[in-house]
Design a protein around this ligand. Structure first.
Ligand code: BGP
Length: 462
């Protein structure tokens, strides 16, 4: 086979998951409750088909079988997260030995199969006891997070060298404090800004703590969902709208994490509207000194914006949408099974931006993928014929390849996700995996894309 798109040697081929979405066993093994367990208890009707986080894809019991499948489909790396409430059930204090055993087993099993674990500390799953104290709004929760991070480095750092502080820290801000799709379902920009700020501080403090551990080849990073912002036109009002959307949704985390400072324009904008967060002396230096070594980029779709057509009502609550309108570009390509735009070149634009404006920081695609509703309809000969997913991955990889050829420092590609999993309030609505999971029987079946990916990984290209 001739390989037209060859990737650099040692390229990371794998997939990404998160604890709450795959482990299940939510009330087993001494795990404490997190916001998902709690929200489901009090409002199960907010979850697609009323399915909650108790069982999900049962990785807690089936990790051996699953890791065997990872190996089979050519993974050399695998991104997982630790459930904070499993490791430290109360959020702070005692470590749960059952959790230590479980994560030790998973890590050892991965390594025994030549799969390098990439471990993320926070993927939307605040322990409930800390949420009762105000969650990320409460600065004390930052200290609890740092203690948790240190416990994880100490326990698993002898075998895990790639660590991440947060996955998509903006999502709990948007979901929990702006747009009502995560617990605690508050809509209040001022509180949202405080939450965002505290997660930036928490990440910087965890980076600082990481540096005190002597982890061999250790790297600490953050995983951000970057949504490149494209204006409707080149006219100045559209361009400005796009720049502001970029400030809110990308640069609010990207700049402090990688450059060690917030964009001035964002600070000015928040100041002008009375939305600045509370800070503490020394915060600026903390952020400046503790930038990340590596950046995980989650990319699904671009953000298209246009200038506001009407002035915002000054009496309506402050929102990022005061400054731009969303824009549906005519003729855009869609993933009709999920309702999201597909724009493969976005991945290239992100990488070029990192190269030109963010010191060409080491990065990789930590999530990219195609959600599909009712995917069972594509079964033929007992296998889901997900040619659409193969095409989706291939076209994104072509642009990633081009970025690498042009000198971008991107070292891997992780699909979202390994196997179909429980996606927050969407539960099992959109299926993303290489492997389909029957949620009644927990039977796993490889999709066509899994076989294709195995070849890609084996050939280090396609
Ligand atoms: C990302 C999250 C994942 C996963 C994915 C798919 O933002 O990091 O945890 O949920 O999105 O989301 P959905 O199932 O809503 O399409």
């Amino acid at each position: 086979m001739t390989v037209q798109y060859k990737f650099p040697e040692g390229f990371w081929w794998g997939s990404a998951t998160s604890a709450t979405q795959i482990e299940g066993a939510a009330n087993e093994g001494g795990k404490g409750k997190n916001i998902w367990d709690y929200w489901y208890e009090i409002e199960s009707n907010r979850f697609f088909e009323n399915i909650g986080p108790e069982v999900t894809s049962d990785f807690y019991h089936r990790y051996k079988e699953d890791i065997k499948l990872m190996k089979e489909i050519g993974h050399n790396t695998f991104r997982m997260s630790i459930s904070w409430a499993r490791l430290i059930p109360g959020g702070r204090g005692e470590v749960n030995q059952d959790a230590v055993t479980f994560y030790n087993n998973v890590i050892d099993e991965l390594l025994a199969n030549d799969i390098e674990p990439f471990v993320n500390l926070f993927h939307f799953d605040m322990p409930m006891e800390l949420q009762h104290e105000g969650g990320w709004e409460n600065r004390k929760v930052v200290d609890a997070f740092v203690e948790y991070a240190k416990a994880a480095f100490e326990l698993f750092g002898d075998r895990v060298s790639k660590w991440f502080t947060f996955n998509e820290p903006i999502v709990p801000v948007e979901g929990g404090y702006l747009y009502n799709f995560h617990y605690p379902n508050v809509v209040d920009a001022k509180r949202a800004v405080q939450v965002a700020y505290h997660t930036v501080i928490a990440s910087a403090k965890a980076v600082e703590a990481f540096r005190e551990f002597n982890i061999a080849n250790g790297k600490i990073g953050i995983i951000l969902n970057l949504t490149p912002s494209y204006p409707r036109s080149n006219n100045p009002a559209d361009m400005k709208a796009s720049r502001i959307a970029d400030l809110f949704f990308n640069r609010s985390f990207l700049d402090p994490a990688v450059l060690g400072e917030y964009p001035l324009e964002l600070i000015e904008l928040l100041r002008e509207h009375g939305q600045l967060p509370e800070t503490q002396p020394g915060d600026k230096e903390l952020i400046k000194l503790n930038t990340v070594d590596i950046l995980g980029v989650n990319y699904y779709q671009p953000r298209r914006v246009k200038a506001k057509e009407t002035l915002p009502n000054p009496y309506s609550p402050f929102m990022p949408e005061w400054f731009f309108d969303h824009y549906e570009m005519p003729g855009r390509k869609m993933n009709v099974y999920r309702g999201w735009e597909i724009y493969e070149k976005g991945i290239y634009d992100i990488m070029i931006n990192l190269k030109e404006n963010y010191g060409n920081i080491e990065s990789f695609i930590s999530e990219n993928g195609m959600g599909v509703q009712d995917e069972q309809r594509f079964i033929q000969d007992d296998e889901i014929q997900d040619d659409y997913r193969i095409e989706f991955i291939r076209e994104h990889l072509k642009w990633l390849h081009r970025a690498i050829e042009e000198g971008c420092n991107a070292n891997g590609y992780h699909l979202w996700t390994f196997m179909d999993n429980w996606s927050w309030s969407n539960a099992y609505k959109n299926r993303y995996g290489f492997i389909s999971v029957n949620i009644e029987t927990q039977e796993r079946t490889l999709k066509k894309s899994a076989h294709w990916f195995e070849e890609v990984s084996k050939n280090n290209g396609f």
